[in-house]
Design a protein around this ligand. Structure first.
Ligand code: NDP
Ligand code: 2IT
Length: 448
């Protein structure tokens, strides 16, 4: 897509100039501005109120040093980030990513996406993201604890249950959230819902662990049904083998599909008989091992080094659940050639702009991340409600609310795409529907 609105062209130029070393942030903003063009043409009041000029700039960016001591007594230093992107519709909300690739541009793109995603959930949550270039892989529990405590020793002053509520993302699971929560409580002497994704013994919500993967499949199921199809009998390829990939595999299988491949950053396994998920959970959740360990029990499965090759496996449905830009144009073309009918994103921004063009040009149903993976943060929102009310709902109650939210998100994307003359373009629909609520709230609150 190319822009023709002069205001948007100039705005995008400014964004590119101001954030020149941050290609992921520019990528995320470009996609959104391109799809918002018909809205802006219709709503000059948003331009007058400077809504977009403000939306392309985070409200606050916090960078800090995270010193910690490793098991050999050596001082190690990482960099910590929290980008409080937008608070127009609720307290800042979004995960914490721990991965060596983390730098400000990654956290900013994730924060920007989070603003529109959280709006789509219909719950009152603004957008934020945080993280560090710390790599939890290969570290002992003690090292991870000391890192998390140090990270929270700075972060605590910037967050709070009505201010900013962090959660998990890549590298941040139940263990890390527990260590961070403990440190927050110790410093503040307050037991509040300041983080989500907590353990069930100290205020976590049932079904939060499953929520992103389950929600992804609920969204995908709605998208398939609206187009005369469904999961039953379909072959599915899922990248990653972390939290999102595992529970997407579980739900896709429950809905009647066969998941034949999973990956990690070293490579991918292909098991044409269908993945044994209990084994993957044992390898990944209990032993923190590698996906190639799958071969120890299933020597007939195939392991291939390198993660991008996973998209060469023929499938009906592809669910990228690892990281940004993991499907490029070539991989998208391979998916199309092999008969793939749907791509829905568990990961944030896993498809390059060129890959998305290939999906749209070839009639592949495309469920964009902001909509398709919003079930995780939606259930975080449900965890916040339970914490505030000091009660806890059953798994079935939370799961049924999650399902309703995902069905609603699909409908919002579908309706917005139709209203703006782009029927079937759920990416445009998600960006427009997510934007409208935030834009109205920003306009109503004046120039802040
Ligand atoms: P996990 O840390 O549990 O798992 C991440 C998985 O992706 C691992 O298998 C990891 O492999 C792989 N991976 C990570 N980085 C890379 C890379 N650079 N190249 C190849 N593989 C990689 O994270 P989650 O499952 O929580 O997150 C996965 C994606 O889903 C992310 O994009 C995240 O932002 C998104 N997401 C997560 C939500 C949540 O609730 N957790 C909610 C919404 C979106 P390895 O172990 O080898 O690093
Ligand atoms: O990208 C995401 O939506 C998340 N990592 C979950 C954020 C949250 O606050 O639950």
């Amino acid at each position: 897509m190319t822009l023709s609105n002069t205001y948007l062209i100039n705005l995008l130029e400014t964004v590119k100039k101001r954030n020149s070393g941050e290609p992921e942030f520019i990528q995320a903003v470009t996609e959104v501005l391109e799809t918002l063009e018909p809205v802006i043409d219709k709503r000059p009041d948003f331009v007058e109120a400077g809504v977009l000029d403000r939306l392309v700039e985070p409200e606050r960016q916090i960078l800090f040093r995270v010193p910690w001591v490793d098991d050999n007594g050596r001082v190690r230093v990482n960099r910590g980030f929290r980008v409080q992107y937008n608070s127009a519709i609720g307290p800042y909300k979004g995960g914490i990513r721990l991965h060596p690739s983390v730098y400000l541009g990654i956290i900013k793109f994730l924060g920007f996406e989070q603003v529109l995603k959280n709006s789509l959930t219909t719950l009152p949550m603004g957008g934020a993201k945080g993280g560090s270039d710390f790599d939890p892989k290969g570290k002992s529990d003690g090292e991870v604890m000391r890192f998390c405590q140090s990270f929270m020793t700075e972060l605590y002053r910037h967050i709070g249950p009505d201010c900013d509520v962090p959660a998990g993302d890549i590298g941040t699971g139940g263990r890390e959230i527990g260590f961070m929560y403990g440190q927050y409580k110790r410093i503040m002497n307050q037991f509040t819902g300041v983080l989500t994704g907590k353990g069930l013994t100290y205020g976590g919500s049932l079904a939060r662990t499953e929520a992103t993967g389950y929600g992804l499949c609920y969204f995908t199921d709605e998208m398939l049904k609206a187009n005369g199809s469904g999961f039953t009998g379909k072959t599915v390829v899922i990248s990653g083998s972390g939290n999102v990939a595992i529970y997407a595999t579980a739900k896709a299988t429950e809905l009647g599909a066969k998941v034949v491949a999973l990956s990690d950053s070293e490579g991918y396994i292909h098991d044409p008989d269908g993945i044994d998920l209990e084994l993957v959970k044992e390898i990944k959740e209990v032993k923190r091992g590698r996906i190639k360990d799958y071969l120890n029990k299933y020597p007939n499965a195939i392991f291939t080094t390198g993660s991008s090759g996973i998209w060469t496996i023929p499938c009906d449905i592809a669910l990228p659940c690892a990281t940004q830009n993991e499907i490029d144009k070539t991989s998208a073309e391979l998916l199309v050639r092999n008969g793939c009918i749907a791509v829905a994103e568990g990961a944030n921004m896993p498809s390059t702009p060129e890959a998305i063009e290939v999906y749209l040009a070839n009639g592949v149903l495309y469920g964009p991340a902001k909509a398709a993976n919003a079930g995780g943060v939606a259930t975080s929102g449900l965890e916040m409600s339970q914490n505030s009310a000091r009660l806890s709902w059953s798994f079935e109650e939370v799961d049924s609310k999650l399902k309703d939210i995902m069905t609603g998100i699909f409908k919002a994307c579908d309706d917005a795409a139709r209203e703006y003359g782009m029927e079937g373009n759920y990416m445009a629909g998600a960006n427009i529907a997510g934007f409208l609520k935030v834009a109205e709230a920003m306009k109503a609150q004046g120039c802040v």
